[in-house]
Design a protein around this ligand. Structure first.
Ligand SMILES: [Zn+2]
Length: 249
């Protein structure tokens, strides 16, 4: 979007310097139309490649239902790459996306994944440089009411959105807050071993010095001590009963 705004701005500046007798509207509209066409072409070409690379039998398992291995709540931010979290995501994840990776603002979707699809794991994943968390750390009183409502349920630890360290702390605080919300709501399921709630941060900035793009787990059922989390981390692979999605069969 920033590129798009820049393109419009450059177009406008070129126009004002070249010809004051012409209207900006046709230039801007033309530019916008070209941009729109490029975007739609990109999506359709991606879909074309997807279809071409798969036999129709690929889709058969998906026709009559779904059997995801996890409910996953992640931020809507386009930089949170889903293919970094599941390399063969087809049918694996019941994915809920919103600003600030919130259980609080997506209760129905999360509940559907846990109660109706019976996923044994609920992941809640934030990410580096989260704009929603940054906004929640700022004065957002002038924003639209609908956005304000969703920022109110993001937990932050300071009002310094320009401080990277403080943003990182707030991203973690928010993940932990959303995990806490889930722990209260699904306490019985967790107690009986039907559900594990895992909080993490997708670290594309390498804030944790574990490599850019690493998923760093910071909370397992309320446990936030890194040493304790490292001990239970094998749960992700060994003890959690995967339900056998298409990609893991
Ligand atoms: Zn975000």
């Amino acid at each position: 979007m920033r590129k798009f705004i820049s393109a419009i701005l450059i177009t406008f500046l070129l126009w004002t310097s070249n010809s004051l007798s012409e209207s900006t509207a046709p230039i801007a509209k033309s530019d916008e139309r070209n941009q729109m066409k490029d975007i739609v072409r990109h999506i359709l070409e991606s879909n074309e490649a997807f279809v071409k690379n798969r036999p129709s039998s690929y889709f058969t398992p998906f026709i009559h239902g779904q059997d995801p291995i996890a409910t996953m709540v992640i931020c809507a931010d386009s930089r949170l790459h889903t293919h970094a979290l599941d390399i063969h995501p087809d049918g694996d994840l019941f994915l809920v996306r919103n600003i600030g990776n919130q259980v609080s603002t997506a209760e129905g979707s999360v509940e559907y994944g846990i109660r109706h699809l019976h996923t044994p794991v609920l992941f809640i994943i934030g990410h580096s440089s989260c704009g929603a968390v940054g906004a929640a750390m700022s004065d957002y009183s002038e924003l639209e009411p609908s956005i304000k409502r969703e920022l109110e349920t993001i937990k932050v630890v300071s009002n310094k959105p320009d401080d990277d360290v403080e943003v990182k702390k707030s991203v973690e605080a928010n993940v932990n807050h959303q995990v806490s919300t889930a722990l209260i709501k699904y306490a019985a399921d967790i107690k009986e071993g039907r559900l594990t709630v895992i909080g993490g941060v997708y670290d594309f900035r390498n804030d944790y010095h574990q490599g850019s793009g690493r998923l760093v787990l910071i909370n397992v059922n309320g446990e936030t001590d890194p040493a304790a989390i490292r001990k239970v981390q094998p749960l992700n692979h060994d003890s959690i009963k995967l339900k056998g999605p298409a990609s893991l069969k």
